[in-house]
Structures are given as C-alpha cells and as structure tokens.
Design a binder for this molecule. Structure first.
Ligand code: DX5
Ligand code: ZN
Length: 214
C-alpha cells in the first residue's frame, strides 16, 4: 500500500505541533524532515534541535532527508534525535557504503537519495545495503517546484533493478508530488510519496491523502 510522507518544510512553523497532529489525523504515514546545509543545496533549513522536539511528540515516524555534505559527520546525532529513516545523498559522500552501514548500525533504516541528474546505476554496488531509494523528482533545496518528467523513468528503472537483484527496498519520490501525478508515480513503482506544499496547502488534507494513495 502506498504511504505518504508529509514534508514539514511546508508547515506553519509558528504552529508546528498543531501541524504535525493535523498531518497525523489526515492519515499521513511519516513526517519528512528536510535538512539543508547551504552547501550541498543552496538553502538552509533546520537541524537536530527541532527534530528532537518533533520526534518527542511520538506522532509519526520521522523520515529524515539529509541534503548535507559529508553526512557521515552527523548520522549519530540525527539517530539520537529520533530519526526512523535516515537518507543521505549519493552525491554528498565519498563513502556511501560506509554511511549506509553506519545508519543501520544505529538501528535506523538507511536511505540513498539521487538528484535528478544522477543515474540509477549509482545504486548498483550498494544493493542490499539500503532500505529505501529516494528519487528526487525536483532539484533539492526548495519546496513548491514542478516535478521533472524525466525522473519518472528512473523510478521504473530502480524498480526493475531491485526486482532483478531480488532485493527488497522501498522507493520514495520527493518534489512536486500531488494529486495530479501520484498515481503515475505509483505505477512507475513508487511506494512512498513525499508531499509538502500540496499537502500543507490543501483545504482538506485527508481527502488529498486518500486520492494520492489511490
Ligand atoms: C526539496 C525537499 C522536499 C520538499 C518537497 O528539496 O527535499 O522534501 O519539501 O516539497 P514539495 O512537495 O512542495 O515539492
Ligand atoms: Zn525531501
């Protein structure tokens, strides 16, 4: 069954607790937590402190997306702050295999994310070492962008790659996801849909989640 990860980047930060509970009540499965360092991506978002407070609410599992250079420096801290899934970018580390092992050794699920211009072959030699492939369907750094259509084929290619290797891992898509493209993404092989602006901006998020889950 398709899962929804609500991206807190689009939340109203003056009412963060309410926003978290609003997404839980609407039927979201995870809270997507976008960490940006102003170097790997042009924007800076939030770090460990807010993650610790949000995870202490115990509302939903935290799906942490690290858009930071050399993520290995901070994995332990994010795990301690309550991350359930920790996803790093293949482009942001020289030692992807090692970081994935590190994430799992801390009891978290390990994710690998690929920018729109990175091919699925970046996953080839770490198959079996990750629990989640996060396909960026926009260039990371900002919410509210339009999905890049060329990324759809990548989702299907990763699904095929996992099947052929008989490896089980989930595929998550992130960026520009909404009611208009959710089912297409699921058909291509996506299991988890991240939604930020579409979901937090919706008048009736529960209805939108129903439509997106199909
Ligand atoms: C973008 C982030 C996304 C973002 C998605 O760099 O990784 O998680 O919050 O936002 P929307 O759904 O608005 O495209
Ligand atoms: Zn994200």
């Amino acid at each position: 069954m398709t899962k929804i990860s609500a991206s807190l980047l689009a939340a109203d930060f003056l009412n963060l607790e309410k926003e978290v509970l609003r997404m839980k009540d609407a039927g979201a499965d995870y809270l997507h937590y976008d960490v940006m360092d102003g170097s790997f991506v042009p924007n800076i978002s939030f770090g460990m402190g807010i993650l610790k407070q949000v995870s202490a609410l115990k509302a939903l599992d935290m799906d942490v997306h690290l858009m930071i250079e050399q993520p290995e420096r901070h994995i332990e801290a994010f795990a301690e702050c309550g991350a359930h899934i920790i996803t790093v970018h293949a482009e942001a580390t020289r030692h992807l295999h090692r970081v994935l092992t590190q994430i799992r050794s801390l009891g978290c699920l390990a994710g690998v994310s690929l920018n729109p211009a990175t091919g699925e072959e970046a996953l080839k030699y770490v198959l079996g070492e990750f629990d989640l492939a996060l396909v960026m369907t926009v260039n990371p750094g900002f919410g509210g962008q339009k999905l890049i259509p060329a990324t759809l084929n990548k989702v299907a290619a990763i699904r095929k790659m996992l099947k052929e290797a008989q490896v089980s891992a989930r595929i998550e898509v992130d960026g520009g996801v909404g009611a208009d493209n959710a089912q297409t993404l699921v058909r291509q092989g996506a299991d988890i849909l991240v939604a930020g602006s579409a979901l937090f901006g919706a008048k009736d998020p529960a209805a939108l989640i129903k439509v997106m889950k199909g």
